[in-house]
Design a protein around this ligand. Structure first.
Ligand code: HEC
Length: 165
């Protein structure tokens, strides 16, 4: 991939155009990108931000100094994509940076997934594909979870939800 040859000051490594965060992905968002982004997000970000990005992860609930803001507030819904990349790369306030733990490609994968989360929480009927039932079929759980453990879905009921052990 040519990407590896790009210099460290390009958009792919900074999320910035000049001094400002850009609002484009540096590569196309595919299903693989979103799935990888979800997987990385759930590992690196959900402990504090929660799996739905509302800031109610388990770390803040156990006395971490500050609760993160929800991704679903107006300001962050309108924030450009490069802003999220920059927050992961440089850190933000008391949140540490993840530049050494998460390579740039995965930081962008997470950016794409965070935007998908934001869109999913603010969807309207216009976003529902034709033929989709509203409400959709209820999910079937193998194990409903306890609050401390995560729910496990039966595989046949929801093929795009990963399972947790
Ligand atoms: C250890 C807990 C923790 C983890 C893990 C964490 N964050 Fe945060 N995050 C925070 C806190 C706390 C804030 C608010 C910081 C502040 O205001 O000083 C925050 C703020 C943010 C913001 C909002 C910045 C703004 O403008 O208000 C974004 C976006 C964000 N984090 C993205 C991420 C992403 C993406 C990940 C995963 C790579 C992640 N965070 C991992 C704790 C965390």
């Amino acid at each position: 991939m040519a990407r590896g040859q790009l210099r460290e000051d390009t958009y792919f490594y900074t999320g910035k155009i000049g001094n400002n965060p850009g609002d484009v992905m540096p590569f196309p968002v595919t299903r693989e990108v979103l799935e990888r982004g979800r997987e990385r997000f759930n590992i690196f970000c959900a402990p504090c931000h929660s799996r739905v990005g509302d800031g109610n992860g388990f770390v803040p609930s156990r006395g971490f100094a500050r609760k993160p803001p929800s991704y679903h507030i107006e300001r962050l819904r309108k924030a450009p994509l490069g802003y999220f990349f920059d927050v992961m790369t440089e850190g933000f306030g008391i949140m540490p940076d993840y530049a050494s733990q998460i390579p740039p490609q995965d930081r962008w994968n997470i950016v794409a997934y965070v935007r998908a989360l934001q869109l999913s929480q603010n969807a309207t009927m216009a976003d529902v594909p034709a033929g989709q039932k509203i409400p959709s079929e209820p999910l079937k759980f193998r194990d409903a979870g306890t609050g401390a453990s995560l729910p496990v879905l039966l595989p046949e009921t929801n093929s795009n939800t990963e399972e947790h052990k």
